[in-house]
Ligand binder design. Structure first.
Ligand code: G4F
Length: 343
């Protein structure tokens, strides 16, 4: 592959787009961020935190608007496109199935189509998701497993995933996908459970709130550091043959266990009492219930996450994650303490 010069990132204001931009800049690439709407300090906080905003060129790009995609690609002539833009919350997808499908499904195909017809031999990365597996009971899930999504988000991601394969098979388009299990960091949105926990528990520690509520504490997820994923994602587009890769840690942890890890990092002694909607996490030092369950945060459908088989990414990409779950939680908690502590 010729050395890439121009990298176009959709969703550059999100967690994955920001870390990928940082990675590409460190490698000396020209980074273009496709953004919908105006850039503001409120929206660029992740890039600002990484100190890279001024090194990025921004171009208007709206996945709902084919003309804006055409213009973004024609005017910047990328060698590589990383498509992270989507409505990325599974929970929100229950309330916004059409918007979720339009941006995450048809929007992805618009990117593939422009990459195909531009004649520039553009390589594309498409962010797929472990939600495409749905409820399946195979012991481990790989790129070859059966897909059976049941959420609007999972169904949308599967459509884009299969379209990526169709573009490869039908047109020879260089589209790779990452079947991404949960990946977190201090740059995670507060609407996702890990960041909600580290942020809320830090506020409890600092006396800013008395407690907070969660939904399904028994839900188990495979949580990795988002930084570990972007290195693998970058390497995917260096392969001569496009392909699909599962990225994960291979270990499942419950939401309750994640709360425990965050509590330990904050030196809060937590014990659990009760069950179901009446379960509570008690601060043993104060006797206060700092975590309660609120059914408002339950989902209409919350498929169990399967165990991931990451051997292909390890074998083909030589990928080895660098962060443990404990180090991820510690980093997230340190970030919250820095943001929330009085100056
Ligand atoms: O953090 P979550 O909202 O992430 P979710 O739904 O697993 O989706 C994330 O990972 C997917 C890959 O596997 C991505 F495709 C997707 O874009 C996103 O990055 O929820 C994790 C679990 C769920 O089971 C949820 O029911 O946590 C449970 N949970 C319990 N209480 C909660 C809460 N989730 C949220 N967001 N808020 C709660 O209060």
């Amino acid at each position: 592959m010729k050395t890439p010069r121009t990298v176009l990132i959709t969703g550059i204001l999100g967690q994955d787009g920001s870390y990928l931009a940082d990675h590409a800049l460190r490698l000396g690439q020209r980074v273009v961020g496709g953004i919908r709407g105006e850039l503001s300090a409120e929206r660029s906080w992740r890039l600002d935190h990484l100190g890279i905003t001024r090194h990025i060129e921004f171009v208007p790009l709206d996945l709902l608007n084919a003309a804006s995609i055409d213009h973004a690609i024609e005017s910047t002539r990328p060698d590589l496109i990383f498509n992270f833009a989507a409505q990325s919350s599974v929970g929100d997808s229950f309330n916004t199935p059409i918007a979720t499908a339009e941006a995450g499904g048809i929007g992805a195909v618009r990117i593939f189509e422009k990459a195909r017809t531009s004649g520039n031999k553009i390589r594309v990365f498409q962010a797929s998701s472990s939600e495409i597996f749905g409820d399946i009971t195979d012991s481990q899930h790989s790129e070859e497993s059966f897909f059976n999504p049941k959420t609007p988000y999972g169904a949308t991601k599967l459509f884009a995933h299969i379209m990526a394969e169709a573009y490869r098979a039908s047109y020879g388009t260089h589209v790779s996908t990452g079947i991404l299990f949960n990946h977190e960091s201090p740059l995670r949105g507060i609407n996702f459970v890990t960041r909600k926990i580290t942020n809320s528990l830090t506020k409890v520690k600092l006396g800013l709130i008395e407690g907070f509520s969660l939904g399904n504490l028994d839900a188990r997820r495979d949580w990795s550091h988002a930084k570990d994923f972007v290195t693998a994602i970058w390497d995917m587009l260096a392969l001569d043959t496009p392909d699909n890769f599962v990225l994960a840690s291979g270990k499942l942890t419950s939401v309750r266990e994640f709360v425990d890890l965050a509590a330990q990092a904050l030196d809060i002694e937590l014990s659990w009492e009760g069950s179901g909607q009446h379960e509570r996490g008690i601060d043993r030092r104060t006797g206060r219930a700092v975590v309660t369950v609120n059914p408002e945060f339950y989902r209409p459908y919350d498929p169990a996450q399967p165990l991931a088989d990451i051997r292909k990414a390890q074998r083909v990409l030589g990928w080895q994650p660098q962060h443990s779950l404990q180090s991820l939680v510690d980093e997230m908690v340190q970030f919250e303490l820095k943001q929330l502590s009085p100056q």
